[in-house]
Design a protein around this ligand. Structure first.
Ligand code: DP6
Length: 389
C-alpha cells in the first residue's frame, strides 16, 4: 500500500528591522546585495509568522496558504527555496536509504501572521525565514541558521537575517555563486536585552514602490549610491558592530538615524525619485531629534524601511523620557501603552506632536527578541487540512 502518511513540522519566525539598510542587488537572480546590512530581531510576542510545512503522497502540488489565502508559489523566489531545501533532503536520503523519500513529495505550507497585514509591515522577512526553517525541520536537515540563511536570502534578502535572534548581520560576500552571502549573529538578544522598539504605523493613501523594484532602480540611476555602497556602509557596519558590542546606545542611535537618512537619500536620488517618507514620517524624525536635543543625548533613534512607518529604538532605562514625550501625540492610538504617566523630556513643544495625532493609526510596542522556534502547534490537521492553531 502506498505511504499516505502526512509528515509535518511547525516553526515561528520573527520580523527584523535593519539599522544599516540593505538596498541594492549585485545579482538579482541569486539575490546578492551590493552592501552588507545589520538588523535587530524583534520579539515574536508582538510580530511573528507561524508556519507549518507538510508533505505527503496525498498532496498533488506544492501549495502555500498565507492568512487563509492561497499564494502563488510559481515565482522564482519560492521555487529557489523549495529546490534548495529538496536538494539537501535528497542528499540525506541518498546517504541513508532507510529515510522516507520526502524530497519527492509535494509540499503543503500553511502560514499565519500574528499582526494585521493592513498595518503595512514588511512581513516577507518573517515569512521566508519561517518557511525555510519549517521545511528544514520537516526534512530534519542538519544545517545551522547561517547555512539556512543562504536559502532564505533567495526568498527575500532581509529574510536571511530573521534566522537569528538579537543583533544580526548579513555579510554581502564576494563569491559569484553567493555561497558566502550569509547571515551571522553579531550578538544574541541576551547581550543587550534592554533594546525596545516602538513601531508607529502611518496610514499611507497608496502603496509605494516595492523594495525589489525600488532598489533595482537606485542601483541603475543614483549617482550617490556608489558612495553609499563603497564608503559609507562599510564604515558604518564596523562602527555599528562596535556600538552593539559596547552596548553604546548613543553611537547605535547616531548610526541608525544616519543610515536611515542615507538610504532615503539614495531613494530620492533615484530616477524617477522614490518617496517612502511622507509628512507624518518627517514629523516623527523631527520629534525624535527634538527629544534627543532636549535630553542632551541620543535617547531615541528613528529608522524607516520602504514605507512611511517609523520604528523608534530606545533603551528600557529611557522609556519614561521617550514614551512620556510621545504620549501627547499617541495617547488613545490603538496599541499605545495607555499606562504611561511620565512627563517626558522637559520643554518639548506640543506643536511637534500635533502631526502625529492625525497620521499614526496604530502603535506596536516591542523589543529585541529571539530567533525562529520549532513549535508543536500545527496549522495542518491529521487529515492534511488547514486548521487554526
Ligand atoms: C528597506 O528584503 O524586502 O527593508 O530581497 O527584494 O525581497 P528583496 O527585498 P527586501 O528589502 C528590504 C529593504 C529594507 C532594508 C532592510 O531590511 O535591510
Amino acid at each position: 500500500m502506498a505511504d499516505t502518511k502526512i509528515y509535518a513540522a511547525s516553526t515561528t519566525a520573527p520580523v527584523n528591522i535593519a539599522v544599516i539598510k540593505y538596498w541594492g542587488k549585485r545579482d538579482a537572480k541569486l539575490n546578492l546585495p551590493t552592501n552588507s546590512s545589520l538588523s535587530v530581531t524583534l520579539s515574536q510576542d508582538n510580530l511573528r509568522t507561524h508556519t507549518t510545512a507538510a508533505c505527503s503522497a496525498l498532496f498533488t502540488e506544492d501549495t502555500l496558504t498565507l492568512n487563509g489565502e492561497l499564494q502563488d508559489v510559481s515565482g522564482a523566489r519560492q521555487q529557489a527555496c523549495f529546490r534548495e531545501l529538496r536538494a539537501l533532503r535528497a542528499a540525506l536520503e541518498s546517504a541513508d536509504s532507510s529515510l522516507p523519500k520526502l524530497s519527492t513529495l509535494s509540499l503543503k505550507i500553511v502560514s499565519e501572521n500574528n499582526f494585521p497585514t493592513a498595518a503595512g509591515l514588511a512581513s516577507s522577512a518573517a515569512g521566508f525565514a519561517a518557511l525555510v526553517r519549517a521545511i528544514a525541520d520537516l526534512y530534519q536537515l542538519p544545517q545551522n541558521p547561517t547555512e539556512l540563511s543562504r536559502i532564505a536570502r533567495q526568498g527575500s534578502g532581509s529574510a536571511c537575517r530573521s534566522l537569528f535572534g538579537g543583533y544580526v548581520s548579513w555579510e554581502q560576500g564576494t563569491l559569484e555563486d553567493g555561497s558566502d552571502s550569509l547571515a551571522l549573529e553579531v550578538a544574541p538578544a541576551s547581550h543587550w536585552p534592554q533594546m525596545r522598539a516602538a513601531i508607529l504605523v502611518v496610514s499611507a493613501a497608496k502603496k509605494g514602490v516595492s523594495s525589489t523594484a525600488g532598489m533595482q532602480a537606485t542601483v541603475v540611476t543614483s549617482a550617490l549610491f556608489p558612495h553609499r555602497v563603497k564608503i559609507v556602509v562599510p564604515q558604518r557596519m564596523k562602527a555599528m558592530k562596535r556600538a552593539i558590542e559596547k552596548r553604546d546606545f548613543e553611537e547605535f542611535a547616531a548610526l541608525t538615524m544616519a543610515d536611515s537618512n542615507s538610504f532615503h537619500a539614495v531613494c530620492l536620488d533615484t530616477s524617477p525619485p522614490i518617496f517612502y517618507l511622507n509628512d507624518v514620517s518627517r514629523s516623527c524624525i523631527r520629534v525624535v531629534d527634538e527629544i534627543n536635543r532636549l535630553a542632551g543625548k541620543n535617547v531615541a533613534a528613528y529608522t524607516f524601511d520602504a514605507g512611511p512607518n517609523a520604528v523608534i529604538y530606545y533603551l528600557e532605562e529611557n522609556e519614561d523620557i521617550v514614551l512620556g514625550s510621545l504620549k501627547g501625540g499617541l495617547d488613545g492610538v490603538s496599541g499605545w501603552k495607555q499606562d504611561v504617566t511620565a512627563a517626558g523630556v522637559e520643554g518639548l513643544d506640543a506643536s511637534f506632536l500635533e502631526p502625529l495625532k492625525e497620521g499614526i493609526t496604530r502603535v506596536i510596542m516591542t523589543r529585541v527578541g529571539g530567533g525562529p522556534v520549532s513549535v508543536e502547534a500545527s496549522l495542518i490537521d491529521v487529515d492534511g487540512q488547514r486548521s487554526s492553531a
